[in-house]
Design a binder for this molecule. Sequence first.
Ligand SMILES: Cc1cc2nc3c(=O)[nH]c(=O)nc-3n(C[C@H](O)[C@H](O)[C@H](O)COP(=O)(O)OP(=O)(O)OC[C@H]3O[C@@H](n4cnc5c(N)ncnc54)[C@H](O)[C@@H]3O)c2cc1C
Length: 570
Amino acid sequence: MTRQEILYHFRQNPDMTVLIIGAGINGIGVFRELALHGVDTLIVDRGDFCSGASAASSHMAHGGIRYLENGEFRLVREALVERNRLLRNAPHAVKPLPTTVPIFHWLSGIFNAPLKFLRLRDKPSERGALVIKIGLILYDLFASPYRTMPTHRFADRKQSLEQRPAINPDILFTAQYYDAFMPYPERICVELVLDSEAISSQARALSYVSLHAASGDTVTLRDELTGETFAVKPQIVVNAAGPWIDFTNLAMLHPTDFIGGTKGSHLVLDHPELYAMLNDNEIFFENRDGRILLICPYLGKVLVGTTDIRIDDPDLARCTEEEVDYILGSIKLVFPNMPIDRSHIVFAFTGVRPLPSSSASRTGAISRDHSIRIVAANEVIRFPIYSLVGGKWTTFRAFAEQTADKLFEQLGITRTIGTEDMPIGGGRNYPHTEAEQRQFLNDVHTKTGVPLPRLQTLFDRYGTGAETIAVFIAAGEDAPLQHQPDYSRREIAYLVEHEKVIHLDDIILRRTALAMLGYVTGGLLHELAEIAAPALGWSAEQTQTEIRRTISILETHHRIPAETLQLAAV
Ligand SMILES: Cc1cc2nc3c(=O)[nH]c(=O)nc-3n(C[C@H](O)[C@H](O)[C@H](O)COP(=O)(O)OP(=O)(O)OC[C@H]3O[C@@H](n4cnc5c(N)ncnc54)[C@H](O)[C@@H]3O)c2cc1C
């Protein structure tokens, strides 16, 4: 169904079983569970799919080794199992990530860690070799179900300096273990939405539609493209608005205090020397204040983050100058002589973790676990609201499953199918070995005539979805983008026509990594807008409005300097 058809449908038939507010990874996970069971469901997001906290993560599918010292064993065990499942179910979008921890002390933290487990200490302290060793043994143990990657190992100072000559020479050891990396988390979200709509005609998804108000048995939604409102009558509402949960509950006349969000910013650096020094490893290290940061290879660039700062209104979250100083300064601890400054930044992003409200004196001590908070129906609002509080990207499937089981109980539905082993999008029928991949690419080449190197690029981006895209590409005249030849005109046209694109920024920020890789220029924006305009029915004036809107987002939220985008400011 198209957006217009879905809107028309609900204007004619306002009754539905479940309304999900918020299409971040957690709302979308629940959407898939309900689609699999044929439940009449609408998911809405006031912005694009995956444009909130889910677009601002460190891009890691991980167990969260750090959470062990907070005693969050349940979460770490669950997250490691889910990480391993993601590697299997979305191998095109979740990749093994060797992770190196620089260690500067032998014994520090040895007394603090048990005190933290017992909640007798709430202060960060430097983690020494022994504490890290114990943590990694536990991590390996918890990761054993569905293990797909090697266990940890230590390298001494000499070996560590051989591997990375620029590393801080004060180092005693480096430890290496494995986690996983998601280069395109936003794509996983959109693939899950498309999978769900393909599974069930009762599952409908609308971006740029927001919760406006609620009263009695009615929820009023607003189409953000036109400003028009329309009413729906759900039996149950799932509030999956992440850091905005309390705001949306308030709009539904149920004031809550579930969320105590913390802001986290990341920078993407174009720094070939730093990139080379990573040796394809993420460096996971402790800053002087005890916070854990990461320096991670990102498709030829370097991702660095993050901060952890309390914030009341997620709409005000921006990456500040102080955060830039903090993040850039932290790299010096690992690579003291590497020249790094603001000129290396090509992109920045900030998001708010939807953590449970907490009185912990330190943000790092706030639980990263998830919970479902249920507000029962009453005389003012005649449907229950299930709020999804917390939740890591990594654990979305488990959280969605737990939520769906509660919804099924309320709706009298028996679970008939699980998602543990369910492939996602381009992870379906994924060729795992090199020989299988060669065969896949040769078959698609024979079918479409698209050259093999180009197919390899498509496969790296879209997994087995590359086949559908290649068929689309082959059906018309294609050419590399003039301003970014790594992408082609028909590839972009495919994303626009088949992946629920509404605005120009959806293309550069969430259907592709063009913005995150620092590739956006005025020329590129014009070129993309010109490709999208016919499919989305934009007039010349609307096309200019789209370009201006995108420039404004890039300048305000992503620190892309105006000069870079100037050509587009027509
Ligand atoms: C800095 C940072 C780093 C992180 N790193 C990692 C990591 O490496 N690995 C990991 O596993 N997890 C990580 N996380 C955690 C993870 O990203 C989040 O917990 C998770 O994405 C939350 O998803 P969500 O769907 O609950 O919320 P969101 O993704 O925020 O989704 C909520 C949605 O609700 C929408 N919404 C709000 N108000 C309304 C309304 N009125 N009407 C309609 N829609 C509305 C918003 O637009 C938004 O899209 C990180 C988080 C942050 C912020």
